[in-house]
Design a protein around this ligand. Structure first.
Ligand SMILES: *Cc1c(COP(=O)(O)O)cnc(C)c1O
Length: 378
């Protein structure tokens, strides 16, 4: 393992215990995720000259040689036919056609810096494809464990990138147990499961930087995020704090909205019942693979963000999200995934309730391309 001096420390999101970053870390001793403490300052005036990838914010990212396929700086598409000041952040335009490439670019870059050669992760779909692609780019061996009913395009993608794909009868949580077992048998394999290592959040947080940059260094009023493990939600909130520290924005924050599926809504349930942690959902089911996460290690972080932002939590049926995905495709030319469709359905409901006002700036996240969802959209 490489033991170069690292510039950042890691702090447990829950108990505050601190760790150095001299060696690869997973989670805190208390079992909860670690946050990367960055104190770098991005020279904002230099941004227009920089490449249109998430590495344009490199001073805010952990110090490493990027493994990059051009991820980030995705379009913020105005969708005035849905709402006067509404936008879709179209994450389908990332390499691997989903925003999972952001997190994997950062995580694989750091894994490479640590000298790791073999990586693995459980995945409900898009994370597996992204892990496989970035491992290929870094010359690493990848193993992906996916539920056997994962969208076929994601399975094919991971295989084509050369990953060993194991299909397992069960949910992503069950696949996580399979990866943990593999890792016990082979300690050289590093587990990049959501929030089980600190750096995927760092890649995902750049969505927060991009929103600010693309809106002229203002933040939107409302952000609707289709939520599984919550890396993007947690990451954007972290980015807002960092931008405030750099003096780019004030203390005002967008209201964050967690959007989940009727058949799998642990965070929505916990938010409405006032819990600090979310209970695992039994028999989780939804066509939105990215939302089929019955238990999340970062549940309490998401719930804190929702409460701190005066946010909301909404569930959507599979029928509604698929109808909305197709409507986005027809009405604006963005080939949305069901998860992206879910944010439109949720935004409309919150508008009808008067929670979103017509003059507000609203961002919907389309987190992957519809091409990944052949079965659900056929
Ligand atoms: C993974 C995924 C999500 C959920 O993202 P998190 O940051 O893990 O909550 C949403 N949509 C799609 C398409 C995904 O692949």
């Amino acid at each position: 393992m490489l033991r170069a001096a690292m510039t950042h420390q890691l702090t447990c999101f829950l108990c505050g215990q601190r760790f150095d970053s001299e060696e690869p870390r997973t989670v805190c001793e208390c079992g909860r995720p670690l946050r990367v403490d960055t104190d770098g300052v991005v020279p904002r005036e230099a941004l227009p000259e920089r490449e249109p990838t998430l590495w344009r914010y490199r001073e805010a990212l952990p110090d490493c040689e990027p493994v990059t396929l051009g991820e980030g700086m995705t379009p913020l598409v105005p969708v005035p036919n849905f709402g006067e000041h509404w936008f879709i952040k179209d994450e389908a335009l990332n390499p691997t056609a989903s925003f999972k490439s952001r997190g994997m670019s950062a995580a694989i870059s750091m894994a490479k810096r640590y000298g790791i050669r073999r990586v693995a992760a459980p995945s409900a779909g898009n994370a597996g494809g992204a892990l496989a692609a970035y491992a290929a780019a870094a010359g690493m061996e990848a193993t992906v464990v996916m539920p056997s009913d994962t969208p076929s395009a994601c399975v094919l993608e991971a295989r084509c990138h050369g990953a060993r794909v194991v299909l397992h009868d069960g949910l992503i949580t069950d696949c996580g147990a399979v990866v943990a077992k593999m890792q016990q048998d082979d300690p050289s394999m590093f587990n990049l499961a959501t929030l089980r290592e600190p750096y995927r959040i760092e890649g995902k947080k750049t969505m927060g930087y991009e929103l600010a940059e693309q809106l002229g260094w203002r933040l939107p009023d409302v952000i609707l995020y289709p939520t599984g493990g919550g890396t993007g939600l947690i990451g954007m909130w972290k980015a807002f704090d960092e931008m405030q520290r750099m003096g780019w924005i004030g203390a005002h924050r967008p209201r964050m909205v967690v959007v989940q599926a009727d058949g799998c809504a642990p965070i929505v349930n916990a938010f409405h019942s006032g819990e600090r942690f979310a209970e695992e959902v039994a028999n989780a089911h939804t066509a939105a693979a990215g939302l089929r996460v019955p238990r999340a290690l970062g549940d309490f972080i998401m719930l804190d963000v929702l409460r701190a932002s005066a946010g909301a939590a909404v569930t959507v049926s599979d029928e509604e999200m698929i109808a909305c995905a197709k409507e986005i495709a027809r009405a604006v030319g963005v080939f949305a995934c069901p998860e992206g469709g879910a944010t439109l359905a949720a935004a409309r409901r919150l508008t009808a309730d008067g929670w979103i006002k017509p003059e507000e700036v609203v961002v919907l996240f389309n987190t992957a391309s519809g091409v990944k969802y052949v079965e659900a959209l056929s």
